[in-house]
Design a protein around this ligand. Structure first.
Ligand code: AFP
Length: 341
């Protein structure tokens, strides 16, 4: 047995150690955020294990219910939602929860309330479950000004007021990507230890990328700027090479690749869906927060995505996010269009 190697293996930056280190920078901190995060981490580990076992456990399949979006819910969606709601409530650090799977916000009973609100999509990309493609959990965290009588207004805040955001991707490895407002850090689950280990410190998105990611099947319904932008990606007139197209159809996977390799992810408005498809609170905001923290940008077609103020908890918005210079190009096309009108 190589004891020296084993000893070295224990000097790992686990996610808990990382967050405790961050916490020590704020002497007034009482550890509430660390506790909340440890419950989110537990939820992610649980869902990861369920996703890995899905085929074996025959969890795959329809649960026979439809969610508020009118989509058929899969068993794993139901399970993941239950897991996260229970984990968040039992943390004793939350007051309001908004989940993609629940029509109404959940208000935590007074004895278990804490100062945080969590918005989340427990299992995003669930139409990919049956074919084993990467799926994930997305979350964003707000701080409440009070805990006496929380209302939905407490989560209808712009994304720039989020204190933390992240996602966990259940793919070839299980990876949790987190930002508490001081950069973006990636942790990979070591299944033998059951711990998330810091493997991608301080992720920075390249300023420009050579990949664009969009559902081109919707092209006939796009507006002018999106059509022009994608045309430029395929037939650049400035002599630069054409961009490659990559699209999984699972936001966590598409955004994760964009964050690591650079480029742009687009879910624009179209004639059929004038507000796009993706949800502001638990898809657009957390991913935009991460992109900005990594040095990229996130734009709605009208404004900086994090400046949106949602009016409904399940509101949608078009979104263009990724490398700074790539998003700059689409912003210029929308600005041109606005000048014409
Ligand atoms: P599902 O959860 O229904 O698979 O939707 C996934 C998603 O919300 C997001 O993860 C993808 O980026 C986007 O929808 C894909 O949408 P299209 O199938 O319309 O391209």
């Amino acid at each position: 047995m190589d004891h020296a190697a084993d000893a070295h293996r224990t000097d790992l930056m686990t996610i808990t150690r990382f967050v405790l280190n961050e916490q020590s920078k704020y002497p007034e901190s009482r550890g509430d955020f660390t506790i909340l995060l440890s419950h989110i981490v537990l939820g992610c580990k649980f869902v990861c294990s369920a996703v890995n076992k899905a085929g074996l456990a025959k969890l795959i399949g329809l649960a026979g219910e439809t969610n508020i979006q009118g989509e058929e819910q899969k068993k794993l969606d139901v399970l993941s939602n239950d897991v996260f709601v229970k984990a968040l409530v039992s943390s004793g650090r939350t007051s309001v929860l908004v989940s993609e799977e629940d029509e109404e916000a959940t208000f935590v009973e007074p004895s278990k309330r804490g100062k945080y609100c969590v918005v989340f999509d427990p299992l995003d990309g669930s139409s990919n479950i049956d074919c084993g493609v990467s799926i994930g959990t997305i979350f964003g965290i707000y701080t409440l000004d009070h805990t006496d009588e929380p209302t939905t207004e407490d989560v209808l805040k712009p994304g720039n007021e989020m204190v933390a955001a992240g996602y966990c991707m259940y793919g070839s490895s299980c990876m949790l990507v987190l930002s508490t407002g001081t950069g973006v850090h990636g942790f990979t689950l070591d299944p033998s230890l059951g711990e998330f280990i810091l493997t991608h410190p301080d992720i920075k998105i390249p300023n420009k990328g050579n990949i664009y990611s969009v559902n081109e099947g919707n092209a006939q319904n796009w507006d002018g700027p999106t059509t022009k932008y994608v045309e430029k990606c395929k037939f650049p007139k400035d002599g630069s090479p054409a961009k490659s197209l990559r699209y999984v159809g699972s936001m966590v996977a598409d955004v994760h690749r964009t964050l690591l390799y650079g480029g742009i992810f687009l879910y624009p408005a179209d004639k059929k869906s004038p507000n796009g498809k993706l949800r502001v609170l638990y898809e657009v905001f957390p991913m935009s927060f991460l992109m900005e923290q990594a040095g990229g940008q996130a734009f709605t077609g009208k404004k900086r995505a994090l400046d949106l103020v949602p009016e409904k908890i399940h509101e949608r918005s078009p979104i263009f996010l990724g490398s700074y210079d790539d998003v700059e190009e689409i912003k210029a096309l929308y600005a041109e269009e606005e000048k014409k009108n």
